[in-house]
Design a binder for this molecule. Structure first.
Ligand SMILES: Nc1ncnc2c1ncn2[C@@H]1O[C@H](COP(=O)(O)OP(=O)(O)O)[C@@H](O)[C@H]1O
Ligand SMILES: [Mg+2]
Length: 387
C-alpha cells in the first residue's frame, strides 16, 4: 500500500470523485493476510466488488479502518489485475453489512459503529443476522404470509414438544441462532418411542429413545437447554430421485426499492441427511429441473408461486423490521401437496447457489441490482440531507 495514498486528504479525493459517484462500503471482518485480506470471504468480496461500475465505487472495510475524527475510512479496493489496494477515502454513502460472524455482528462495539453511521444518516443494510425465533414471531401471525410458516414453538417445554410430536409425528428442533444445519435434530414419533436424526462429527447419526422424558433429556444435553431453540412441524418435502429438495431464494431490492428475485437454487439432500446443505452431502440443482422432476407440467405454476411468495415474504419481513433490509436468502420448501413453507430467512445470505454454471450470470445480475439499489438510497439521502 503506497503511504502517499493514505496521506492523500479525503477532501481532494472526494473532489476527484464525480458528484454522481456513489461510494459503497462493504463492512466485513478482516485478517492480517495481505493476499487474502478477508480470509475465507476474500473471493466472495472480490466477486461482489468486481461487479461495481460507474456511478458505483465499491470497497471493503473493517471496523478498524474507520476514522471518525476525519470522517474517512481506509477502503480496500479490488483491482482488475487481482491485487488489493488500500486507500483512504471519505465515509461511504451507503454501507452494505457483510460482517460474517454473529457474535461480532451483535457485539457492543459493532452496534456502536452501526449506530454512528445511522446518526450520520448513512444508509446501512442489513442491520444484523436474524434469529429464527424473531422472524417466526413476526411472520407466523402475519395475515399475508403466515400460512407459509410451519407450526413452531419457541423455547419449548416438554409438554409443548410432546404436543407438537403428537400432532405432526415429525418435528425439527433447531437452534434459533444456528446456520449451516448445525445443531439441528429431526425427531419422529414411532411405535418404539422417538427416533432422533442429527449430524455429528461429519456423519448422519440416528438413535431411538423410549419416552418423552428421555427425549427431553437427550435434546437438552445436545442443546445445553431448550432456550434459544425452536421446535417446528416437520414438512415432508418434495423429492427428486427419492431425496428431499428445498430451495434457496436469493432476493435483493432494486433501483426502485422493489424486491427482485436474484437467483433460485434447488438443494437436494445428501443420502441420510436431515438438511439439504451442500456441505452435508447435498447437491445443487436448477429449480426448473427440480420442479419438473417432482411435478411435471405443474412445475411452471409452482415456480411462479415460489417467486411470488418469496417476494411477499421479503416485503413482510421488511415491513416488520426497524432497519432497512435490502438482501435476503430464504429457505423455502414445497411439500407433496404443493404447499410452500418458509424454514428460514437469512440476512447475510451466502452465494453458493451462484456457483452452479446455470446460475453464474444470476449472481452478477443480483449484485448489479443491489448496487443500483445502493445508488438509489444514496440519492434519496443526498436529496434529504446534503452533506
Ligand atoms: N420444519 C422443517 N421441516 C422439514 N425440513 C426442515 C424443517 N426445518 C428445516 N428443514 C431442513 O433443514 C434445512 C436447514 O434448516 P434451516 O431452518 O434453514 O436452518 P440453518 O440455519 O441451519 O440453515 C432446511 O433447508 C430444510 O432442508
Ligand atoms: Mg438455512
Amino acid at each position: 500500500m503506497p503511504p502517499s495514498s493514505l496521506r492523500r486528504p479525503a477532501r481532494s479525493l472526494r473532489a476527484r470523485l464525480a458528484s454522481k459517484t456513489c461510494l459503497v462500503g462493504i463492512l466485513t471482518n478482516g485478517t492480517k493476510d495481505a493476499s487474502a485480506p478477508f480470509g475465507s470471504r476474500t473471493s466472495l468480496l472480490r466477486d461482489i466488488l468486481s461487479v461495481a461500475h460507474a456511478p458505483i465505487v465499491a470497497f471493503a472495510f473493517t471496523p478498524k479502518d474507520v476514522q471518525w475524527s476525519t470522517r474517512t475510512v481506509v477502503g480496500t479496493f479490488a483491482l482488475p489485475d487481482g491485487q488489493w489496494h488500500r486507500s483512504r477515502v471519505p465515509l461511504p454513502d451507503v454501507v452494505y453489512n457483510r460482517i460474517a460472524h454473529r457474535d461480532a455482528d451483535h457485539s457492543p462495539a459493532m452496534i456502536a459503529l452501526k449506530t454512528r453511521f445511522l446518526r450520520l444518516r448513512v444508509p446501512f443494510f442489513n442491520w444484523c443476522f436474524f434469529r429464527k425465533s424473531d422472524i417466526i414471531r413476526k411472520l407466523a401471525t402475519d395475515a399475508v404470509v403466515g400460512a407459509h410458516i410451519p407450526d413452531t414453538v419457541i423455547d419449548p417445554r416438554p409438554s409443548s414438544l410432546h404436543h407438537l410430536l403428537r400432532t405432526y409425528r415429525t418435528v425439527y428442533v433447531k437452534p434459533s441462532s444456528g446456520s449451516l444445519g448445525k445443531g439441528i435434530v429431526r425427531v419422529s414419533q414411532t411405535n418404539k418411542g422417538y427416533t432422533l436424526r442429527l449430524r455429528s462429527g461429519g456423519q448422519n447419526v440416528m438413535r431411538t429413545v423410549p419416552t418423552i422424558n428421555r427425549l427431553w433429556h437427550v435434546l437438552t444435553r445436545n442443546h445445553a437447554q431448550m432456550r434459544g431453540t425452536i421446535v417446528q412441524q416437520g414438512i415432508r418435502l418434495m423429492t427428486v430421485e427419492d431425496q428431499p429438495v428445498d430451495f434457496r431464494v436469493h432476493l435483493v431490492r432494486d433501483e426502485k426499492n422493489n424486491w427482485a428475485i436474484g437467483g433460485i437454487g434447488a438443494k437436494k439432500a445428501g443420502k441420510g441427511s436431515i438438511t439439504t446443505h451442500i456441505r452435508n452431502g447435498g447437491t445443487l440443482l436448477t429449480p426448473e429441473f427440480a420442479l419438473w422432476s417432482a411435478f411435471g407440467d405443474k412445475s411452471e405454476r409452482l415456480f411462479n408461486e415460489l417467486k411470488r411468495t418469496s417476494i411477499a415474504i421479503s416485503e413482510r419481513i421488511a415491513h416488520h423490521s426497524r432497519h432497512h433490509i435490502a438482501e435476503l436468502g430464504l429457505d423455502i420448501g414445497i411439500d407433496a401437496q404443493q404447499r410452500l413453507w418458509m424454514f428460514e430467512a437469512n440476512a447475510k445470505p451466502g452465494r453458493s447457489i451462484f456457483k452452479h454454471p446455470a446460475l453464474k450470470e444470476d449472481g452478477k445480475r443480483t449484485t448489479a441490482l443491489l448496487f443500483a439499489h445502493c445508488a438509489h438510497i444514496a440519492r434519496l439521502r443526498k436529496r434529504r440531507a446534503p452533506r
